[in-house]
Design a protein around this ligand. Structure first.
Ligand SMILES: [Zn+2]
Length: 153
């Protein structure tokens, strides 16, 4: 993060209260703030930081949901695990299975709720979408001209 000062404290404070997200306001109002982002290195850096934070949160909650889904799949299909639980902890197989399964379901629900909240409360979807399209454009530029011309515009 840059140590420089904000060029306009008032605008900087407003932007900070929005976590530097101006995607929710009307295009006419947005112009001034976009101008500030061009002029002010500090706010630009902060905006970048907050958007990468949102993106990271979205990715992490999504991965968490995937892992819980994977855990449920493992529970459904791997029988030796039940024996291990039975032998090492002296637990009842049925109880253990149900306990692990409920924990998996609860974890999956929790991560999906967390993911939904992140996607709703932050501009993460547009940030990740922007990243993806930037990657796609970069990739396209590297493609040989022959292949590029075959793609519909
Ligand atoms: Zn600023």
């Amino acid at each position: 993060m840059t140590r420089t000062r904000c060029t306009d404290r008032v605008v900087g404070a407003i932007l900070a209260s929005w976590r530097y997200d101006i995607s929710g306001i009307s295009p006419e109002m947005r112009k001034d703030y976009e101008q500030h982002f061009v002029e002010c290195a500090r706010c630009k850096a902060r905006q970048k930081f907050h958007r990468s934070l949102d993106g990271t949160l979205a990715v992490l909650t999504f991965l968490s949901a995937i892992f819980f889904l994977f855990a449920l799949a493992v529970l459904k299909h791997v029988k030796p695990m039940e024996h291990m639980a039975f032998k090492t902890f002296g637990l009842d197989i049925e109880d253990t299975y149900h306990m692990l399964f409920s924990a998996g379901i609860a974890g999956l629900c929790f991560s999906l709720i967390a993911l939904t909240l992140v996607l709703l409360a932050t501009p993460a979807p547009s940030y990740l979408g922007g990243l993806a399209s930037k990657r796609a454009r970069r990739l396209e530029r590297r493609l040989p001209a022959a292949i590029r011309s075959m793609r519909p515009r």
